[in-house]
Ligand binder design. Structure first.
Ligand code: GLU
Length: 318
């Protein structure tokens, strides 16, 4: 059984980059004879733009990308996130944190480390329960205990093999290994590179990592196809899946569309909403990013989608 999904954040209409992820996830579901779902990821309410959800659904429909079940909105599902956090807290896998960004910088400075420009500092574990918890300060956010979550799963065969040949066996055990269907084998030491990450933010909003993992599990998603800019979130999501005891889907991260200045195209850097007066032209552009054959002149939308679905299916068979 295959269940795939496209999970846009309604922070604006789709742009050329998001259409690539939408088309790839739709094609992958079709090529596997699976189901394709659309989930509107509107938990980060301050960033959501009123009406963008309907605009996105309309844009998808114009491109012939119609979900196989009614779309869901994360803002209607907060009871699921609440229950998951409670479960993690009960299991000792999540804890409250009182640290502000400044506190985290100071903790790093005290250890002689400074912030790399633009990089998020890994959380140093100040409020971990075994280190004394909140130290009488008020709780702000909730974090996943990455070290304990890592121990929730027996090592995979790859991890066991690495441990056997690696003299720094304990280091290898901290790594999350995963296989991306396009990028190949990947790994990350989440505990040291990211630290205990946030599940519920200081402003009370649900973090993307928690919402996405709960929804993928609850909706039975077996295959995640999304843009490569999200690839480095995957190991955090896998750790969270381990902590919650839910299955890990297969992942495929699609190439990004770059703006003229070489930056990734995103709503934040002012990417234009797609011009869908000619949906075949927009889809042809997305298809070229995915290295799919380009349609002959005069091909209809339905012909193009059918041809690419066949091409995509052939690729996975080869
Ligand atoms: N909502 C996320 C975004 O629009 C995508 C989440 C995902 O596909 O996992 O960037």
């Amino acid at each position: 059984m295959y269940i795939g999904r496209f999970a846009p954040s309604p922070t604006g209409a789709l742009h050329a980059g998001s259409l690539v992820a939408a088309l790839a996830s739709w094609l992958d579901a079709r090529a596997h004879g699976g189901q394709w779902l659309v989930r509107i990821e509107d938990v980060d309410t301050p960033r959501c733009v009123p009406g963008a959800d309907q605009a996105i659904l309309q844009q998808l429909a114009t491109c012939g990308l119609v979900p196989d079940a009614p779309p869901v909105w994360q803002s209607h599902r907060t009871h699921l996130y609440e229950a998951a956090l409670a479960r993690l807290v009960d299991a000792g896998l999540a804890y409250p944190c009182a640290c502000s960004r400044k506190d985290i910088e100071l903790a790093h400075a005290a250890r002689g480390l400074s912030r790399l420009r633009g990089a998020e500092l890994p959380y140093p574990g100040t409020c971990r329960p075994e280190r004394g918890g909140l130290h009488a300060r008020p709780a702000r956010a909730w974090r996943l205990h990455t070290a304990r979550s890592n121990q929730k799963m027996p090592p995979t065969p790859t991890e066991r093999a690495l441990t056997a040949i690696d003299s720094e066996a304990s280091t290898a055990l901290n790594l999350v290994h995963w296989h991306d269907r396009r990028l190949g084998p990947q790994q990350q030491d989440v505990e040291h590179e990211v630290g205990d990450f946030v599940l519920r933010r200081a402003d009370g909003l649900w973090a993307y990592q928690l919402a996405v993992v709960i929804d993928d599990a609850e909706q039975g998603v077996t295959h995640v196809v999304r843009g490569e800019d999200l690839a480095d979130n995957t190991p955090r999501q896998i750790l969270l899946q381990r902590a919650l005891g839910v299955p890990t889907p297969r992942y495929l991260h699609t190439p990004l569309v770059l703006a003229a200045d070489g930056q990734k195209l995103s709503k934040q850097n002012g990417a234009q909403a797609l011009d869908l007066t000619d949906p075949t032209a927009a889809l042809t552009q997305a298809a070229s990013t995915l290295d799919l054959p380009l349609p002959s002149d005069g091909a209809t939308l339905a012909d193009m989608l059918a041809e690419w679905t066949a091409e995509w299916a052939a690729r996975w068979r080869s």
